[in-house]
Write a protein that binds this ligand. Sequence first.
Ligand code: BTN
Length: 246
Amino acid sequence: VGQNLITLKEVDSTNTFLKNTLSNSKPLPEGTVIMAESQYAGRGQQMNKWNSDPGKNLTFSLLLNPTFLAVANQFDLTRVISLGVHDALEPLLGDKLKIKWPNDVYYADGKLGGILIENLLQGGQIRQSVIGIGLNVNQDVFPDWVPNPVSVKQILQQDYDLRALLSEICSHIEAYYLQLKAGKIDFVRKAYLNRLYWLNEQHAFRSNGSVFEGEIKAVKDNGILVIKSNIGAELEFSFKEIEFLN
Ligand code: BTN
């Protein structure tokens, strides 16, 4: 991962660029990384915009061909990517670093990075996966509309080399990806759960307009979040159905 690195000065979105390149049937080797200094239409989850000051942060997309992965197990790829980003940063930032379900990288209660995976399916199989990663590295100030952001610089009070970080992230992702490919699914699932933000802690959540307290207990194989509510029931949520409050 990252051997074939294409860097762009400015692009709409590295995910869009990579998808367009592929659909113009230009074959690219698995592990190709498209990195941009600046994106003018960076995309986040749920149609959000992704904010990143030009030249300050990592904004890149990588191509994988996880044809071995059943569509039902797509979430294992999400696990692999979150783990790779998390573990690359862990030596720098220590154990306040967590994975917030489903795939945000958190430091304490701040969002350090986000992941946007777009799978291209064919005949009920995953053919290609475009994996966008945005990580706040050297940005000092964020606009008001960005929810609880934090950067490596805000934590460590120093600038960090983007290329060095990129290469760490790529090698950690590759290591987890190879584990997944080798069938070590339990290893990947356990590693993900071990690093999960708010696991087994009392917190408030909101779903369907109602607020409740409970503890995150598990993430099912398919990525569904399991919360044991204080009223006693184990509740299950898919993405967009649940909001973390405090
Ligand atoms: C999120 O909402 O948390 C996901 C953010 C993903 C942002 C990255 S930046 C590189 C790639 N290109 C995009 O347009 N989005 C992703």
